[in-house]
Write a protein that binds this ligand. Structure first.
Ligand code: ZN
Length: 343
């Protein structure tokens, strides 16, 4: 064969389309597509971007929210833990996703991945601003039946110090942000930033249909000096049946993700099971205190020096007493408190 012809045939062979694959495999059987594995949250994004252009999010319109549901009786005041029937060893792990105005906070992806991998229920107190800057991540949390969504204010203000207009915004804008992200529900619970409340802010939260869920066990994880060992030790020191454990998932639990598997191992070995705040409340009697605090009454007053937030002096009035005696069942309805923002 002359060389040019051989080259021509070779080129034709190389450029020809490949023959169709053999068709001896059966056609795919029709049926439901396998559920997609959830997108991992690792690697974490723990850095907090101050002044990021992404932080410029508009306050969503919260004036058109449907009327708030009434707060169940027995939940007015600061819920710290739940008294359970003897022998019930339940604990609620809670993770705050705090974000202030002008920043984009991150997240500790190890927490979500560990909870999912081990099938652990948890409650996330989500800042509205965080949800607005992380809409996809918010949707993933809200879509996971293991996780309960709750409100951690719009921009993490000290609600003792804000004026009435901002108080309404801090409480209700997150609900509008969650709705904009596609969540078709309403938060039943709110956590006061800094653990700081007063009678006015508590009345407003309760009138918005939300119980104020604080904690009886603080992991201490927001301190950069809190190692995973210290977080584990502090948690184990405080937990008892019915505890509500405070931790952070916004990257300002610096070692929370590393500590979590060890906390789960130890508590599981002691016979504990993990439930959402809502499920914990349903299983026992809420322990409601007349003030908000971290470990003892008055210890969050120190955060009031951040008065530059608005210059308003915190009310020194004590909280109204819970409408029912301590331990009343969380059923029925309570009247909205006076002076609360209109949804
Ligand atoms: Zn917070």
């Amino acid at each position: 064969m002359p060389l040019p012809l051989r080259a021509f045939l070779l080129a034709t062979l190389l450029l020809a389309p490949l023959p169709a694959a053999a068709t001896d495999t059966p056609p795919p059987v029709a049926g439901p597509a396998p559920a997609a594995a959830p997108r991992p949250w690792s690697p974490s994004e723990k850095a907090i971007a101050k002044g990021s252009p992404r932080a410029r999010v508009a306050v969503p319109d919260f004036t058109a929210l449907p009327p708030a549901p009434l707060l169940p009786a027995g939940l007015a005041g600061s819920v710290r833990r739940v008294d359970l029937p003897p022998g019930e060893k339940l604990v609620a792990l809670t993770f705050d996703l705090c974000e202030t105005a002008g920043e984009v906070a991150g997240y500790d992806g190890e927490i979500v991945d560990t909870l999912r991998r081990r099938g652990i229920a948890a409650t996330f107190f989500v800042g509205g601003h965080w949800a607005a800057t992380h809409p996809e991540r918010f949707r993933e949390l809200a879509a996971d039946p293991r996780f309960e969504i709750a409100n951690h204010t719009w921009t993490h203000a000290n609600l003792r110090l804000v004026d009435d207009a901002r108080l309404a915004r801090e409480i209700l804008a997150p609900e509008a942000a969650f709705a904009e992200a596609g969540w078709q529900a309403r938060s039943k619970y709110l956590r006061f930033p800094f653990g700081a409340c007063d009678a006015r802010s508590m009345a407003a939260v309760n009138a918005a249909g939300m119980a104020a869920i604080q904690w009886d066990v603080s992991t201490g994880d927001p301190s950069p000096f809190a190692s995973a060992d210290m977080i584990v030790a502090e948690t184990m020191r405080g937990v008892r049946p019915g505890s509500i454990v405070l931790a952070h998932a916004n990257g300002r639990g610096f070692h929370t993700g590393a500590a979590l598997p060890r906390i789960l191992d130890r508590l599981t070995a002691q016979g504990y099971h993990f439930v959402s705040v809502g499920d914990l409340l349903a299983r026992g009697r809420p322990v409601v205190t007349p003030t908000c605090y971290d470990s003892h009454p008055g210890d969050t007053d120190k955060y009031d020096h951040w008065a530059a937030l608005g210059g308003r002096k915190p009310s020194t009035k004590p909280l109204a007493a819970p409408e029912r005696p301590f331990g009343a069942p969380a059923t029925g309805t309570a009247k909205p408190a006076a002076g609360a923002p209109t949804p």
